[in-house]
Design a protein. Structure first.
Length: 295
């Protein structure tokens, strides 16, 4: 479990870094950043799987598709769900929809916990119940402030649980499944890059893009690898609760970029931060228990 917790926190940190990183990629728009991210992530992910000797996951998946072609429909479904989320994450900050997407990430762990309880029959520990109660307080305040859900909010809060359910149903909840999802996104990514606004003159005026664009792929690949590993190592409910680390870090990035938290927003953020502290305490509890068993 400790490896799963570390992987989840690392993924959240890398996603926060990428959230800030997009601000350095002017004049690329959200669709073109998505395209470059996808095109560059796949080679990095392939290299990682070759070095980590996980490539048999790909050959095994291809063998399953040949034996059961209908599995390809499931892969198209998981790839589409993931692609929409990757696109929305990069599109929203550039179109003034960050607040709606952030609310979706605040709701996501609650919908993940609900999914784990209803679909998989998982039970929550006392500390997890306390974390849910704290987080629910913050989310309820956010809903009170805005009154309704935007489509971006629902897309995040509902889309991710559907993605992970479908992955488990197809038995592709591993790095091989992620690799297949990225492969199926290549045509869309290539279209966005070709149709994007980036020109040769832009590269002359912004020579740093020669290094920044490839590094985007490295960051993205590492984040997705950590995320998938965490989803495989952790119980569905705990994996969902740890997702609160990411929106908290995104708030930190927003503050770093000059945004401020208004007086009416503190009742949203403080309970959620408290929920993260409770989850950290539970992680320490599990680590200590594991050390005692190993001693």
């Amino acid at each position: 479990m400790s490896k799963g917790i570390v992987s989840s926190v690392m993924a959240s940190c890398l996603f926060a870094v990428m959230y800030f990183y997009t601000s350095l990629l002017t004049p690329l728009d959200g669709e073109e950043v998505f395209g470059w991210r996808t095109l560059l992530t796949l080679p990095c992910l392939t290299l990682f799987m070759l070095l980590s000797k996980d490539w048999p996951l790909i050959t095994g998946l291809l063998k399953r598709i040949r034996q059961k072609p209908i599995l390809l429909l499931g892969l198209i479904g998981t790839s589409s769900l993931m692609g929409v989320q990757l696109w929305l994450f990069l599109w929203a900050p550039l179109h003034g929809r960050s607040l709606e997407v952030s609310l979706g990430y605040f709701l996501l762990p609650l919908t993940m916990v609900l999914t784990g309880r209803v679909v998989y029959g998982e039970r929550l520990s006392r500390l997890q119940k306390l974390a849910v109660a704290c987080a629910a307080t913050g989310v309820a305040h956010e809903l009170y402030q805005h009154g309704s859900f935007a489509w971006e909010t629902l897309l995040v809060a509902i889309g991710y649980p559907l993605y992970f359910i479908l992955r488990r149903k197809c038995r592709t909840d591993h790095l091989g499944g992620l690799w297949a999802d990225m492969c199926l996104l290549l045509p869309t990514a290539l279209y966005f890059v070709i149709q994007g606004p980036l020109s040769a003159q832009d590269l002359v005026e912004h020579p740093a893009l020669y290094g920044l664009i490839p590094l985007l792929g490295v960051i993205s690949a590492l984040a997705l690898i950590c995320y998938v590993l965490a989803s495989r190592l952790l119980a569905f409910s705990l994996f969902g609760l740890l997702s609160y680390v990411e929106p908290v870090l995104l708030v930190a990035v927003a503050l770093l970029l000059g945004e401020t938290i208004g007086p009416d927003q503190w009742l949203t953020y403080l309970p959620i931060w408290l929920a993260v502290v409770v989850l950290i305490l539970e992680g320490i509890k599990h680590l200590l228990r594991h050390q005692r068993r190993s001693a």
